[in-house]
Every structure is written in C-alpha cells, then in structure tokens.
Design a protein around this ligand. Sequence first.
Ligand code: MN
Ligand code: MN
Length: 301
Amino acid sequence: MNSYDQEAIEKFRLSGKILRESREELKPLIRENMPIIEVCEKAESLIRQKGGKPAFPCNVSINEITAHYTSPPNDQTKIPENSVVKVDMGVHIDGYVTDTAFTVCFNPEHMTMVLAAQDGLQAAIDTIHADMSTSTIGAIIEKTIRNRGFKPISNLTGHSVGRYLIHAGTSIPNIQQFTLTKVKKGQVYAIEPFSTLLEAAGRVENQPTKTIFRLIKNKKIQNPYAKKLLKYIDDNFKTLPFAERWLKDIVPSNQHTQAFMSLLKIKAISGYPILVEASGKTVSQAEHTIIVEKDGCEVLT
Ligand code: MN
Ligand code: MN
C-alpha cells in the first residue's frame, strides 16, 4: 500500500467530518415504528447536503440482522419496538472513504451489550499505533467485550479503506487471531467491533436476500435498458456498493426490474448477502475510521 499525500489526507478528513456531522444529526431522529427507508434516505440526504457522496447505502440492521440490510425500493419495514438498531453509514470525497456505525437501543435489557461494543472500539482506538499487530488489536477488542460479559462476532472484521475501496486488503479482527499483519503509519482503517450475548454462536451467516449491490464487470450487453443501467452504475458508483433505490428513473419504470435482473444474471453486478447472527441473537455494533500515527491515531469520524 502506498501512503497518502497531503491532498488525499485532507479529503479523508473532509469525508470524516461530513460523516460525523451527518451521524450526529441522524441519531436523535431515529424512533420506534419509523420506516427504515426514512432512516436510509435521511442519512444519505444529510451526506449529500453537506457536499459528500454516500460511499455505500446506509445500512439499518435490526436485532439479529447484523449487517448489509438497506431498504429495497418501496420498503414498508418499520423499526420494531424494543429493538436494537445498528446504523452503518459511509462517505466518500473523490473516492476517499470513511465509514462509521452506531447502535440505537430501544431495549433497556441490551444497553450493556451496546456499551460493550462501544468500549471495545474505544479500547482499540486508545491503544492502536504504527506497526501494532492486528492480532493484538483483535485481542484488545475481544478482552474488552468479554470483560463486560459479552462475546464479539468472530467472523466480521474491521478493514483498511482506500480510494474507491471500502475493504482495501487488511482486516482488523475483533478477536485474537494468529496473523503477522501490522497496521501502518499513515494508513486509514475502519475498526468495527460487534458484540452479542455470551450464549450466542458469536458468528454471522449469509441470508439469501440481497439489498446492496456492486459492479463486478463492465460487460457488453445487447438490451439497451440493461446497458443504460450498467453505464449509470459505472459512472456514478464505480466499484462502490449501491442500493437499487438509487437507480430510480434511469430507465422506464416498466423496464427497470428486467434490466436489473439481467445485470445480476450475467454477473455484471452482484449482491451482498444480508448477514444474520447464526443463533438468532441480538447484535450491537460500533465503528470509527482512523488514520494510524506513530504513537496513536487520528479519529476521522
Ligand atoms: Mn461500516
Ligand atoms: Mn466498515
């Protein structure tokens, strides 16, 4: 990985500032019985109003749904009462991605689990520095969450971010894991612990449903509507994830579904499965994006 020049760092900082402000304005608006699509669209419009672009669709994942749910077009789903709501959002400025997540807890019983994920994140931020092994970071996160009586999700990780890349190659585990990988000075990482109940499986599984997609390959296509849709995806999102909601009015509405399905069929685009806790237990998440420094880090979000 090359290190970033000053101009790139400033774009990461602006991206993080827009994301932080959007998150803080969004948080107090989230209510039980609110349509999920309103949360997604509000998050994305706050980001755009502030001059950023969403780096991926706003994820709103409820209870045992752990990640990768965004509202499909015309989503009628509402935030259930007593639920635990994870909101994960991202911004890019000229491709420079920042990524953050928080949990809104409408179930007082789960409040300490929500705090455990936040504390795991804070412990990692407090100790990370250049050349620290990712294994040590994972161990710190795991120990913090377990000390509070909960369990980290073992098969979800944080990640380095890059230009037009949400996962830029390096993983930051949430458990102690044998690896020789180290974090590097000047590189940008998202750290994102997930906590769940001790009796839970502590890992996620794929669900067949997909609501978030990305470009795989810019293939030659005959169907003019599919071709137009694919060009729009390539021009607007490049390799970054997008929601089907974002493709409104690109082709005539009576042609949209067939065009979209044909792009999936020929694997020009593919979807991310919704991730659910394997034993159906509720999960909490916290996430920030940071730049690693010699003796610490700068939190961008
Ligand atoms: Mn995220
Ligand atoms: Mn992330």
